[in-house]
Ligand binder design. Structure first.
Ligand code: IP8
Length: 272
């Protein structure tokens, strides 16, 4: 059996986070080329991508991460009047971003198979409900892609945000031949000792385990999910399964490739 690598392309890496629904096509194409190189190396690859400016901005405005809020006065938007409309708009925005991702892979001659979470998953957190093995039945024949999404939830919440960082944990648990998990993030080389704005190269934490302090970027004005902190926590859950976990700067595609094939690379390795 071939080794499988789960790769998460961060939303802030593949989109311009400040500007609503703007994909960074150049980065997406460079990462797609890395995906092809990985297949050429004989790896199976499952791709998970974040939302960036395609999901977070509107999800934040409508507080979709809190579920249905019956007694709240929201400022309406020209194209959206209530939370339920926002749910379907964000789902469509995610499909639009996914289309850009899929297109870049297909243009390189790769076969892709997209699994939008709102069609197969329920509830949030890495323990969400959904049959991963059945849904990803074809991961050895094509690049299966999934992404952070708004999913239906039980009870009065009705809906919530399932982050790509939660999806990767379940993929690592349920797909039998996963060898490593690679987070390709935007703007930083990995987990840093000091805030990214003042950090020097020597502030990169090369090996991180839970309990170690760090300063991360989590723009809570924009993000409805957990930024680097959530990646660190989820990464350490995965490391405990005996799977290698790396966080690398996705603006350097060659680092993403090295991480995927298990070479030494600039970045943070998460250990159990
Ligand atoms: O960027 C968030 O997914 P993430 C999904 O992987 C939405 O945390 C719709 C905001």
């Amino acid at each position: 059996m071939r080794d499988c690598v789960i790769v998460k392309w961060g939303g802030s890496l593949i989109t311009d986070k400040e500007s609503m629904c703007t994909a960074d096509i150049e980065i997406i194409q460079s990462l797609a080329a890395v995906a092809k190189q990985c297949l050429d190396e004989g790896l199976d690859l499952i791709l998970v991508h974040g939302a960036g400016s395609f999901g977070h901005l509107r999800a934040k405005h409508w507080r979709l991460n809190e579920g249905l809020l019956r007694s709240n006065n929201f400022n309406t938007q020209p194209d959206c009047e209530n939370q339920k409309q926002a749910v379907s708009i964000v789902r469509n925005e995610m499909l639009t971003l996914n289309h850009e991702v899929s297109k870049a892979l297909v243009e390189l001659g790769l076969k892709v198979s997209t699994k939008p979470p709102h069609k197969w998953a329920r509830n949030t957190g890495s323990n969400f409900d959904g049959d991963v093995t059945k849904t990803f039945y074809d991961y050895q024949n094509s690049i299966c892609i999934t992404f952070g999404d708004v999913v239906d939830c039980d009870g009065e919440r009705e809906f919530g945000i399932l982050s790509g960082d939660d999806l990767v944990v379940r993929l690592c648990k349920d797909i039998p031949n996963v060898k490593r998990l690679v987070f390709a993030i935007g703007g930083v080389d990995g987990i840093l000792k000091r805030p990214p704005s003042i950090a020097k190269p020597s502030d990169l934490i090369e090996e991180w385990s839970s309990g170690m302090n760090f300063e991360g970027v989590h723009n809570s004005e924009i993000d409805v999910t957990g930024g680097i902190g959530l990646k660190a926590i989820r990464g350490s859950e995965v490391a405990q399964l005996g799977i290698e976990v790396l966080i690398v700067n996705g603006s350097h595609p060659e680092r993403v490739f090295s991480a995927c094939i298990g070479e030494n690379v600039i970045g943070t390795r998460i250990i159990a």
